[in-house]
Design a binder for this molecule. Structure first.
Ligand code: FE2
Length: 355
């Protein structure tokens, strides 16, 4: 179980002009969209994030099995909820609202978080607040970096999307047409016997293996307009290994194509919107190789970039609590009877009333 309290040096009043931070409000948020079961507690008063506790399901072999992940979440949930309250020094009676990530994500996993949130809301008579998982990544990224109006690259095992705010919503400026960047790296690493574990000492096994490369193996680079595509790349990389290409050379070729293509669509969005800031969020945001490429790109555009610390970059409950707080203070709540999970809830479907 990982537990951390994060102190943001940012004054969120600057980021959220439509939110009244004078009220003292506490929101508990539940994350269960994929492999992480997390509970966070957010407040309108510094340090804003009072608790961020999570427990991560790691399959012994193969990728995430949704029903096994859901069983894991149900098993650890009581302990994670109690630990978050203990870390925050609060009791459930002190909490003003219960927030939950209702999507996008894996159905069985989402339903565990939703069931727990509905039960807490109904039993203790608290409002229930719906949160979109992608919006939560974006807003915790803004809080952590204090960037007002960034282009956001969200890269994880299940998501690859470039968004920027315009007229009341986060608009999609590019996304994957098939599999996500994290899924590409994990599947390749698993299929060629490099993983699990996928990450060792902060470095993905594909990045680690690429350190031994002589030269990058040439693989298809697919950017279609503003979108990326990785399934052909995965097939080509696996075929190359099968045909006897040097594994480190294929790792280098794969990671160069994969990271460069998402940086290219991020750059196009930056140039198109004229914004001056970039944030990278999601599990893959921790990659030093991706960070270096983003850093070189923004320098060229005289922009700046940032990323939340690892405890807030991957899936976590604190980001759900934070957007739950923003939604609650913007009067966005949902009746328990209407709180269905939405596996494919798009980020551009969500009104953003707090900016
Ligand atoms: Fe995520």
């Amino acid at each position: 179980m990982v537990s951390a309290v994060i102190q943001s040096s940012c004054n969120p009043q600057k980021l959220y002009k439509n939110v009244d931070f004078d009220r003292e409000v506490y929101v508990l948020g539940i994350e269960s969209t994929a492999h992480t079961f997390g509970v966070g507690i957010a407040s309108t008063k510094p340090p804003y994030i009072l608790a961020n506790v999570r427990h991560v399901y790691t399959p012994e072999k193969g990728g995430i099995h949704p029903r096994e992940a859901a069983a894991h979440h149900a098993r650890v949930a009581p302990e994670v909820v109690s630990e978050a309250l203990r870390v925050a020094g609060l009791s459930i009676e002190d909490i003003d609202a219960i927030a939950v990530a209702l999507g996008p994500g894996l159905g069985p996993c989402l339903r565990v978080g939703a069931t727990i949130a509905r039960s807490l809301a109904a039993y203790y008579g608290k409002p229930l607040v719906p949160v979109n998982h992608a919006v939560a990544h974006i807003e915790i990224g803004r809080l952590a970096t204090c960037f007002r109006d960034p282009v956001v690259l969200y890269v994880s095992g299940g998501n690859t999307v470039v968004v920027a705010y315009a007229k009341g919503r986060y608009r999609v400026f590019g996304e994957t047409l098939d599999i996500a960047l994290g899924n590409l790296l994990d599947t390749f690493a698993r299929e060629v016997g490099l993983a699990p574990p996928y990450i060792v000492d902060g470095l993905h096994q594909v990045d680690r293996c690429a350190l031994e490369a002589n030269e990058p193996y040439e693989l298809p680079y697919v950017v279609k307009g503003q979108d990326v595509s990785f399934s052909g790349l995965l097939t080509a990389a696996l075929r190359a290994v099968k045909q006897g290409a040097r594994l480190p050379d294929v790792c280098l070729g794969l990671r160069e194509v994969a990271y460069s293509s998402v940086v290219e669509v991020t750059e196009r969005c930056l140039a198109h919107t004229g914004k001056r800031e970039v944030i990278v969020v999601g599990g893959v945001a921790a990659s030093p190789v991706l960070r270096e490429k983003i850093s070189m790109m923004v320098r060229y555009h005289n922009a700046r970039w940032g990323a939340p610390p690892p405890s807030l970059a991957g899936d976590n409950g604190a980001m759900i609590a934070w957007v739950g707080l923003l939604n609650f203070l913007s009067n966005v709540t949902i009746a328990v009877s209407d709180s269905v999970v939405r596996q494919r809830w798009r980020v551009d479907d969500v009104p953003v009333p707090w900016r």
